[in-house]
Design a protein around this ligand. Structure first.
Ligand SMILES: NC(=O)c1ccc[n+]([C@@H]2O[C@H](COP(=O)([O-])OP(=O)(O)OC[C@H]3O[C@@H](n4cnc5c(N)ncnc54)[C@H](O)[C@@H]3O)[C@@H](O)[C@H]2O)c1
Ligand SMILES: [Zn+2]
Length: 368
């Protein structure tokens, strides 16, 4: 079991990563869990059907009281005010107090909504993240919680750190391929902003299926370490935490214009990563050919660039201007001076248009 320390201004805690680790990792928190007056597991419905037993056995082995289980709608649909209220009602009905402890058992969506519930129930109670997707190596760490508003994703939320993160990667075996692609895009992002050799290693695989369990574990640990270092330096996204948005300005625009649910977050980010490298070649000193190399590797992994052919740039620009990083209508991008050296840059609209057109040309060759 690998353990990574997360030290933020507001809290320090550990992320435990490995295969079949619920028993040893939960044992580390036995005292705290036993001390709670109620133990509540909020679980993504799909994850409950596949993996709940794995968690319940070790938990019940040291608990005298029963565990309350509350199933949440699977995936993104749980990130709503309705689910948030339903969770609060569940806690009140069970008689939970500030001495209770919550578990968020599922992907990033479950972690985000349950984190928000934990941060607000009785003004904040402890919770433990139990991520079950590759993407959640990112979302479960760092303390961002949120639900969606009809007018925008993640519009309501808080910064609230968990007591611990226990990431049992044996749960990843049941992930659908699209979710593997989604999560791996954030892993590739972490490599791009931190380490040239790691990136080369990652992109040298011919397909994602060729990555062994052991390699996957090492990539996830590396990704978490990148996030840990950034969150330590800037918990509340005043400076370097913005670098984690590499690929997200254009990616979010693709995600919103294609329509949430039709494309995953990471698949959109993967497209955005290529755009950000194209811009970095043009506006920074990133070595020419890096964007094309990434494009080719992502194609080989199975990412689709068809959305770039379908979406007109005029549809995308308004979304980019509404991005949380935007100010006064300027387009703010995270770019790379070189692999491992991110920076923030205001990018003229015409440069984004040019990158979009170029990516369309590359995509046409692949999708003809
Ligand atoms: N808080 C943060 O810092 C942060 C960072 C990045 C993303 N996010 C958020 O994370 C969310 C995306 O998270 P996600 O990609 O994990 O998606 P998700 O939680 O929506 O899960 C994706 C799908 O996979 C299913 N699933 C989950 N685990 C499974 C498993 N082990 N086996 C089979 N199916 C499983 C879910 O039921 C769902 O249908 C978005 O809402 C995004 O905004 C948050
Ligand atoms: Zn992301």
């Amino acid at each position: 079991m690998h353990t990574i320390s997360i030290d933020t201004e507001s809290k320090s805690y550990k992320v435990h990563v490995g295969s079949f680790i619920y028993e040893p990792a939960l044992a580390l928190y036995e005292k705290q869990i036993k001390h709670a007056d109620h133990v509540v597991i909020f679980v993504d419905e799909a994850v409950a059907n596949l993996h709940l037993d794995k968690l319940l056995k070790p938990l019940q082995s040291f608990l005298d009281t029963s565990v309350h289980i509350c199933r949440l709608p699977a995936g993104e649909s749980s990130k709503s005010m309705e689910t948030f209220m339903a969770c609060q009602s569940f806690l009140l009905e069970k008689g939970c107090t500030r001495k209770s402890i919550l578990f968020a058992f599922g992907g990033g969506a479950c972690g985000d909504v349950v984190g928000f519930v934990a941060s607000t129930f009785m003004r904040g109670i402890p919770f433990i993240q139990l991520p079950t997707t590759i993407l959640a190596h990112d979302s479960a760490v760092g303390g961002k919680t949120a639900v969606n508003h009809p007018q925008g994703k993640n519009m309501i939320g808080s910064f609230y750190q968990p007591e611990a993160v226990i990431f049992d990667i044996s749960t990843l075996a049941t992930l659908p391929n699209q979710q593997v692609l989604s999560g791996m895009a954030e892993v590739i992002k972490h490599a791009l902003i931190s380490d040239k050799n790691w990136l080369e290693d990652l992109l040298s695989y011919q397909s994602l299926e060729n990555i062994s369990e052991e390699q996957k574990l090492s990539f996830l640990v590396k990704g978490i370490q990148v996030k840990a270092d950034i969150v330590k330096a800037d918990e509340f996204e005043q400076s370097v935490r913005k670098y984690l948005n590499l690929g997200h300005t254009y990616g979010h625009a693709i995600e919103a214009s294609v329509g949430y649910g039709n494309i995953t977050h990471g698949e959109s980010v993967a497209i955005g990563l290529v755009i950000s490298l194209q811009l970095s070649e043009k506006l920074m000193s990133l070595k020419e050919g890096t964007a094309k190399k990434l494009f080719n590797a992502l194609n080989a992994f199975g990412y689709s660039f068809e959305p770039v052919l379908k979406q007109e740039i005029d549809q995308l620009i308004p979304y980019m201007k509404r991005d949380k990083k935007a100010s006064f209508g300027d387009l703010h991008f995270v770019l790379l001076e070189q692999i491992g050296k991110p920076c923030m840059k205001i990018v003229p609209v015409e440069e984004v248009v040019r990158a979009h057109e170029q990516l369309r040309k590359w995509s046409k060759e692949v999708h003809k």
